[in-house]
Write a protein that binds this ligand. Sequence first.
Ligand code: ADP
Ligand code: MG
Length: 404
Amino acid sequence: MNIRCLNKDFILNKFEELGLSKPTLASLAELGYTEPTEIQEQTIALILAGQDVLASAQTGSGKTAAYALPIIEKIGQPSRAKRTRALVLVPTRELALQVKGQFDLLGKHSQLRCIALYGGTGYGPQIKGLHRGADIIVATPGRLLDLVQQNIANLSSVEFVVFDEADRMMDMGFMPQVRNVVNHLKAVRQTLMFSATIDQRIARLGEEYLKSPAVIRAKEQRIDPAAIDQHIHHINEFGKDELLLNLVKDFGTGSVIVFTKTRRKATWVAERLRASNVLAEEIHGDISQNQRERTMHRYRNGQFTVLVATDIAARGLDIPSISHVVNYDLPQTASDYVHRIGRTGRAGKSGIAHTFVSEDQRYLVRDIERLVGRKLDLSTTAAVRPPSKRPSGGKRFGNRRRVV
Ligand code: ADP
Ligand code: MG
């Protein structure tokens, strides 16, 4: 009899079925990844089986974990001989740091060492890191080549090679360096190529570097950023609650999701909204899985209007027609932004997103605009009407969620 229902085991099983081990499952549970994304579901088992893979999926669809998880599994133990077993090539320094961050989180329980190598910064710390030994190197091609040519980085033991954002590496003119790096790799290896799209150039590159690859195109078309009405508000921390309240009252009917950076903030914001008679509830990592699922059930049924969530808690959840997304805090990266706003505007519906930007975060908006391919509308906060009624203060309502 199948008695796996609504408990943690069930949640983890989808990843477990893909062949991931206990330490990796433990890392996933801590991260709050409840189920694999489409690209992860399609690639992880293949990669574990030793297959070369050429894969495309939209930005924000979880490509990093799609290769990081099986690579962590295949490496298993940290190398005592300080051999580097996996190499991930990425186009930019930011991406190198982001991907390293993911390896650190996903491989936490395997204790693998991952190092990021990129240009525009001193050699000292990177050289030290290499001397200490790295199971996994994530690098931009230029700096890596530099370190290889100086005999500081050694790629002779690399068994797993990933070209992440292969399309961007081509666009940015890195192919000569990439080719040079590949000349330092052994021929017997598993090679994976990830790209936002597979066009002719990528297909040709794949033919050159991959051995009878499985070609995967994840279909999930969650997000068309251009179809979403996007506004930004320059506002300081103190003004956010009031602005949010005004916006929510203006939205009228429809479901709203509000993203905050921290768990505490999520609880705070939900409490403030409830205090102003807005039906709001929160989900975040401190709330038990069962409780989160109950909340989601109520949200889907329209039993309350505003869901306040952290990124991690909202991921992997299939939330139906949301009319408005509010970024109470800016997300960490532009791709997280696209992921968040993709919660609205699904299935041909036009969605609306509002993003609060504090002074010190304005530079992040440029990254976002580059990714979504257009300038976002700046709403002046003054244009938002002052509240007709002042919020009644920190009064709590009876439906406060239990925090575990
Ligand atoms: P891509 O490389 O396809 O643009 P990323 O790998 O950067 O996407 O992932 C986008 C975001 O989704 C990241 O913040 C990541 O932590 C998150 N993420 C990835 N896989 C999952 C998952 N299975 N469940 C929840 N969140 C996930
Ligand atoms: Mg990526």
